[in-house]
Design a protein around this ligand. Structure first.
Ligand code: COA
Length: 198
């Protein structure tokens, strides 16, 4: 669940996502629900310990949205969303961004290990964009670690989702964060930290 990154990209995706269901390896068995406390007991104990349960309860108590993909009574894939005006990448100290009102934030995507590569995350992404749309948000902001970005762009393009990298953030050998503006405009997320521009 924890993906550490010394180089991450803050990206945006439009929530105006078209179309019906994309194909996945579950033969249509995947159903999405709004996760709640009652679903915590369905989490696979191999990948989720007591600390996840505590953390997930706290997220729910803060009003975050748990986009949960179930196969029968089993948690197959999920992600988390919130609509607060700030997002942070917790594994790089001080890496935080202010989010304008039209943005929501998606994070902590997970697919059950034996189901990975079957298109479940892609389905979940479509669903989370629609969820944010229903909450009045035009954009989802999310962090991608550098080694996942190309694969994610390729995979999500199959569902007509375009990932737009806004900022590249990297931790240097001197432990300082550097940041590079890639496509951000004044209406996009802006860094809260004082970066060393590259
Ligand atoms: C990353 C992860 C959620 C992808 O789930 P998945 O259900 O296997 O994804 P799909 O089958 O829909 O798509 C697989 C594709 O997604 C790409 N991908 C990689 N990281 C991704 C991401 N963060 N978001 C979306 N797609 C991603 C893969 O490169 C692969 O591309 P390919 O088919 O062209 O090779 C899953 O591997 C996982 O749970 N990993 C551990 C946790 C993690 O790294 N979470 C992401 C950071 S928060």
């Amino acid at each position: 669940m924890i993906v550490l990154g010394r180089e991450v990209f803050l990206c945006k995706c439009s929530t105006d996502v078209a179309g019906g269901r994309d194909r996945d390896a579950t033969g249509g068995g995947l159903r999405f629900v709004s996760g709640g406390e009652a679903h915590l007991c369905l989490l696979d104990k191999t990948s989720h310990g007591r600390e996840h349960e505590i953390e997930f309860r706290a997220r729910l108590a803060r009003g975050e949205h748990w986009v949960l993909g179930l196969l029968g009574e089993r948690v197959a894939t999920y992600t988390w969303l919130h609509t607060r005006p700030r997002c942070a990448y917790p594994y790089l100290k001080s890496c935080a961004f202010s989010l304008p009102v039209p943005f929501g934030y998606g994070y902590d995507a997970w697919t059950s290990p034996e189901l990975r590569g079957g298109g479940l995350r892609r389905q979940a992404f479509v669903h989370e964009l629609r969820t944010l749309r229903s909450l009045g948000k035009d954009w989802e902001a999310s962090f991608f670690v550098s080694y996942q970005l190309a694969g994610a762009c390729r995979s999500l393009a199959r569902a007509a989702i375009e990932i737009v990298p806004l900022w590249r953030i990297a931790l240097g050998a001197d432990r300082r964060l550097t940041i590079e503006r890639l496509a951000a405009t004044d209406r996009d997320a802006s860094p809260e930290f004082t970066p060393d521009a590259e």
